[in-house]
Design a protein around this ligand. Structure first.
Ligand SMILES: C[S@@+](CC[C@H](N)C(=O)[O-])C[C@H]1O[C@@H](n2cnc3c(N)ncnc32)[C@H](O)[C@@H]1O
Length: 210
């Protein structure tokens, strides 16, 4: 394993080092199945009405495969990452769709259009537990009533679950408690195409802003 200078995932240099050294064990390399199903179902359900797509933000996008996938399907999508090396890596990985990826900090970035969806994968679990309440508050501030937060969440309900990370697991009841002032849980499903680092502990969830 590569030797790293920066050990603080709150710092963009932490992620720069890992992208630069090509150490990205969280990277799936493709678009996860539940996101594809979510998008396809949404397009079918809404095919009778004018609004077929959701204005989407992908915080902490890494290589941004999902941004390319959504953009190709005609969804308005902006993917952000505060690590310059991650943004360069995404632009190399997804070619022309890299124009949807911008360097920005999730806690500062303000979308130009109201959002319909925030897509989550390996961003919440990448940051230390002390930041969880702020992440949830920022999701809530970014999403208008009725808008959705959908994606993958990394759970461990064992009483002696490790608090080491990233990735950091969260207890499912603690996560529900954090979310409940702002969001309703609409859907939850097991995940069949996890990569090894998340296998058995990952769930697909869809939350609606209250
Ligand atoms: C574990 S990686 C996950 C990348 C991608 N979502 C994926 O599924 O492969 C976490 C990413 O979040 C980014 N990140 C962490 N804190 C951030 C912040 N405050 N604003 C924007 N990006 C952030 C990191 O630079 C890193 O690329």
């Amino acid at each position: 394993m590569a030797d790293f200078l920066n050990r603080d995932p709150r710092n963009p240099q932490f992620w720069d080092e890992r992208f630069e050294k090509n150490f990205t064990p969280w990277d799936k390399g493709n678009v996860p199945a539940e996101l594809k199903a979510f998008m396809q179902a949404r397009l079918q359900i809404t095919s009778q009405v004018t609004q077929q797509t959701l204005n989407t933000l992908i915080p902490g996008c890494g290589n941004g495969y999902e941004a390319a996938f959504l953009a190709q399907a005609g969804w308005p999508v902006v993917a952000i990452d505060f690590s310059p090396a991650a943004v360069r890596s995404a632009q190399a990985a997804i070619g022309e769709w890299g124009k949807h990826v911008i360097e920005a900090d999730f806690f500062v970035y303000t979308p130009t259009q109201p959002l319909g969806l925030i897509y989550e994968r390996a961003f919440f679990c990448a940051l230390p537990p002390a930041m969880r309440a702020d992440i949830v508050k920022r999701w809530a501030a970014l999403l208008p009533t009725g808008a959705l937060l959908a994606g993958y969440f990394f759970f461990d309900d064992a009483p002696d679950a490790s608090i080491k990370g990233p990735p950091f697991t969260v207890h499912s009841a603690a996560f529900r408690e954090l979310m409940s002032p702002y969001f309703d849980l609409l859907e939850e499903r097991a995940v069949s195409d996890s990569i090894p680092v998340f296998a058995g502990k990952e769930k697909w969830q869809v939350w609606r802003r209250l």
